[in-house]
Design a protein around this ligand. Structure first.
Ligand code: GLU
Length: 440
């Protein structure tokens, strides 16, 4: 069975970049009737916060990306310790005491010599006496995984054949000096023990994947299939890393972006298939194909979410917005008409309130100097309310007869005088909703 996982660290709100990872993994599981695990990568007790765990769940629920189960790394520390022991027994795990400053110095030296800044494995040459001395002086060291210095190959679901020379990669630190287990080993243990078959993540993890493949194999297991999607950039190709903070899913939700808009865009952006609004995750899963995604950075423009959001709203049946319309104060007998009038003239649901203010309080009239006389004549001909579906037709007919105006010269000044806008919904409908007419 296909098993995928989305593995956020609960150290902040998730953003569009994370969503891409979550969605791809969700869709792969969904397409094949498999399982989708929400794995909370919370091995860092200082930075992990419960409020972010809750926020991540809320965001995924909002999008309908439901998980089959939740796993928490903080509850599995004994499993990681067991794996570490195993690697230690195999001679694949060693303690090292260099300080960050020392490591930095080593890196700079290598770079100056034009060499890749790979850890020199000096700790492997320490005698037992030297180790004891370092331990006495500096306390516990970090634990590094000893890579086999050979090429690591895999067929990536997006990038194709990948081959990385392990000699060009530093032996990864898996346990910090304070005993904290790092994500790299935790993820390896989880992916194996939870039966994860496919891992899709950002291409900033490619080197991790290489080392993790060696760890999984060393522990006697078979690595999952890996695929690395490109990272998102801004519309001009600029890095999004600083702006991702403003592209949190919760902010997009607050701005009125509809879940279907976000899902439809993210399921296609960066692929060779066109972006089309889809109303269900089933439809999105049907049209999803990981092979269609390229390795080039993917341009993301938050503005693209709004036409899709508007399109979704245009097609929404009244029943789905009834409660919201009543909530902003539209009387029950006008609610359906109000929706008919507004649905094509809003971008987000929040725009509805503005329309209701316009109808209930009356719009500031927009009257050109040359239309003043015409408008006062027209307003004088307006019958007493309440207005019905025929009022507009009868009224404009009477105005036409009285003033001799017709076509655009008749209708446009009336629209502008009543709504304060040049464009908008059908005036026959608008008139029935207008509670106050300010034009004189
Ligand atoms: N917690 C890791 C991250 O957010 C998970 C990476 C992975 O998918 O393995 O980057």
């Amino acid at each position: 069975m296909t098993v995928t996982r989305f593995a956020p660290s609960p150290t902040g709100y998730i953003h569009v970049g994370n969503l891409r990872t979550a969605l791809f993994n969700y869709l792969i599981a969904r397409k094949s009737g498999g399982q989708f695990i929400l794995r909370i990568d919370d091995t860092d007790p200082e930075r992990s916060k419960e409020e972010y765990v809750d926020a991540i769940k809320r965001d995924l629920e909002w999008l309908g990306l439901t998980w089959d189960r939740v796993e928490r790394q903080s509850a599995r520390l004994d499993r990681y310790a067991a794996a570490a022991d195993k690697l230690r027994e195999m001679g694949r795990f060693y303690e090292a005491w260099e300080t960050p400053t020392e490591l930095d110095l080593k890196r700079k030296k290598l770079l100056n010599m034009g060499k890749p800044p790979v850890y020199d494995r000096a700790a492997l040459d320490l005698s037992e006496d030297e180790k004891s001395a370092l331990r006495a002086e500096r306390g516990d060291g970090v634990w590094r995984f000893k890579l086999d210095q050979e090429r690591i190959n895999w067929n990536d679901g997006i990038l194709g054949d990948i081959s990385i020379d392990a000699a060009s990669v530093s032996d990864p630190v898996l346990i910090r000096a304070d005993g904290q287990v790092l994500y790299t080993i935790a993820s390896v243990v989880d992916d194996t023990e939870m039966g994860v078959t496919h891992v899709v993540r950002g291409n900033d993890h490619v080197t991790n994947t290489a080392t993790q493949i060696q760890m999984i194999t060393a522990l006697g297991n078979i690595p999952p299939e890996f695929a690395h999607h490109s990272l998102l950039t801004g519309p001009q190709g600029e890095s999004l890393s600083k702006r991702l903070g403003t592209l949190a899913l919760k902010d997009l939700r607050e701005q009125g972006v509809e879940p279907e808009a976000l899902l439809s865009l993210m399921a296609r952006l960066g692929s060779s298939q066109p972006v089309e609004l889809r109303m269900t995750l089933d439809e999105i899963a049907d049209g999803f194909d990981l092979n269609q995604f390229g390795s080039a950075p993917t341009k993301f423009d938050v503005q693209d979410l709004f036409p899709l959001t508007a399109k979704k709203l245009h097609n929404l049946p009244f029943e789905d917005v009834k409660a919201q319309i009543t909530e902003i104060g539209v009387p029950a007998d006008k609610a359906e008409l109000f929706w008919k009038v507004c649905r094509e003239n809003i971008t987000v649901r929040g725009d509805l309130a503005g329309w209701w203010t316009l109808f209930s309080e009356g719009a500031e009239p927009l009257i050109a100097e040359e239309d003043r006389e015409f408008i006062s004549q027209a307003v004088a001909l307006l019958p007493e309310g309440p207005f019905d579906a025929d009022t507009w037709g009868n009224w404009t007919k009477a105005v036409k007869e009285a003033t001799g105006r017709k076509g655009k010269g008749l209708f446009m000044p009336l629209r502008k005088a009543l709504t304060g806008q040049e464009r908008g919904p059908e005036m026959a409908d608008v008139l029935q909703l207008l509670q106050v007419i300010k034009a004189k």
